[in-house]
Ligand binder design. Structure first.
Ligand code: SF4
Ligand code: SF4
Ligand code: SF4
Length: 293
C-alpha cells in the first residue's frame, strides 16, 4: 500500500522493538483501508501510535523510548543471546518480555533463565548429552528450556523438553474496597469473571491464572493471592510430536530447580543415544520427576 511521505517517517519512529515494526505498519494500512483511503495518511499513523501506546502503557513506552533514543538495537540487548552462548547442547527460549518487560508478565523470565543456566552448567548437562549421543550432533539434539513470563506462554512451553510459565492466582480478597467498576470483568479475555450482586466472582474452571484482573483492579479489591511457576516436561515438536505433561500448576523457584534436576538425572541414568526427555516420560511416566518435590 502507498504511504504519504510524512506518515511513513512518523510510523518508523514509533519506538517499538524491530520485531514489532512491521505490525505497526500493517496496522496503519488496515486503518487506511477501513477509512477507504488509497494511501496511508498522518491520521492513521497517529491512531496507530495512540493504540500501541495504550496497549503497552506509559512505563513500557518510556523504556522503549529510552532504548530507541540511545540507538540500542534489539539484538544487542537480547538476554537470550548470552544464555545460549556456546558451544552448548542445551538452549533457552525466553518470551519477549526479555527485552524490556511486557504488560502481562508475572514472573521474570530472564532472572529465572540465568539461575537455571548456572544449574545446567554445574550439572555438566552439555557433556552428559554429548556422551549419550553416538551420532553427530544437530540442532534438534539440544535440550530446550522454555520460559514465558505469563500464561500467554508465547514460547509454547507445551512442546519443549522443559517448559515453564509464570502464573498468578487471583482472589477477590477485599470486597469492602470494591466499587463494582467492572474493570476485572472487562480485562478478562477468558470471561472468567462475572459481576454478581455481591461483586465479581471468578469462575475457576475458566481462569488461566494470568493475574490481569488483579493487576488492573483500581482499588486493590482483587489481588494476586499466589504467584509462581507452572512446569511441564517432555514436550516435543516435529516428526514425533508430543505435548508436555504438567508436573505442577503452581510452585516456587526451588521446586522448579528440583524438577529440572530430576529431569536431568532421569536423562543421565536412562536415556540412550538420540533419546529426549519425552522418551523418558513415555517410558517411566512422571514418577521419577516428582521425586523429593
Ligand atoms: S508470555 Fe506473557 S509476558 Fe511473555 S511476551 Fe508473551 S504475553 Fe508477554
Ligand atoms: S476491578 Fe476491582 S473494584 Fe472494579 S469491580 Fe473488579 S474487584 Fe471491584
Ligand atoms: S486471572 Fe486472568 S483468566 Fe483468571 S479471572 Fe483474572 S483475568 Fe481472568
Amino acid at each position: 500500500m502507498e504511504w504519504e511521505k510524512d506518515a511513513k517517517e512518523v510510523v518508523d519512529s514509533i519506538p517499538v522493538p524491530e520485531i514489532m515494526k512491521n505490525m505497526t505498519i500493517l496496522y496503519a494500512e488496515k486503518l487506511a483501508r477501513k477509512n477507504k483511503l488509497a494511501k496511508v495518511s498522518m491520521s492513521e499513523v497517529i491512531q496507530t501510535r495512540n493504540d500501541y501506546f495504550d496497549l503497552f502503557g506509559p512505563n513500557l513506552m518510556k523504556r522503549l523510548k529510552e532504548i530507541r533514543e540511545k540507538g540500542i538495537s534489539d539484538d544487542s540487548i537480547d538476554p537470550q543471546t548470552a544464555l545460549n552462548q556456546g558451544p552448548l547442547l542445551y538452549q533457552f527460549e525466553l518470551c519477549h518480555s526479555r527485552f524490556i518487560g511486557c504488560t502481562r508478565m508475572v514472573i521474570n523470565a530472564v532472572e529465572l533463565g540465568k539461575k537455571l543456566k548456572q544449574k545446567l552448567e554445574d550439572w555438566k548437562v552439555t557433556e552428559m548429552i554429548a556422551d549419550k549421543f553416538d551420532v553427530p550432533f544437530m540442532p534438534h539434539t539440544l535440550f530446550t528450556v522454555s520460559i514465558s513470563s505469563c500464561p500467554n506462554n508465547c514460547t509454547a512451553a507445551e512442546v519443549k523438553d522443559f517448559g515453564i510459565h509464570g502464573i498468578a492466582l487471583p482472589a477477590f480478597s477485599h470486597p469492602d474496597k470494591c466499587t463494582k467498576c467492572g474493570k476485572c470483568v472487562e480485562v478478562c479475555i477468558d470471561e472468567a469473571v462475572v459481576m454478581e450482586e455481591g461483586g465479581p466472582v471468578i469462575i475457576q474452571k475458566h481462569c488461566k491464572q494470568c493475574g490481569a484482573c488483579a493487576i488492573e483492579c483500581p482499588t486493590g479489591a482483587m489481588t494476586i493471592a499466589q504467584q509462581g511457576y507452572r512446569v511441564m516436561v517432555g514436550g516435543h515438536f516435529g516428526r514425533w510430536h508430543h505435548i508436555a505433561k504438567e508436573v505442577f500448576k503452581i510452585g516456587s523457584e526451588e521446586k522448579v530447580i528440583k524438577t529440572l534436576y530430576n529431569a536431568i538425572e532421569l536423562l543421565r541414568k536412562e536415556a540412550k543415544s538420540e533419546e529426549h526427555l519425552y522418551h523418558m516420560v513415555e517410558r517411566f511416566g512422571l514418577e521419577p520427576i516428582y521425586k523429593n518435590l
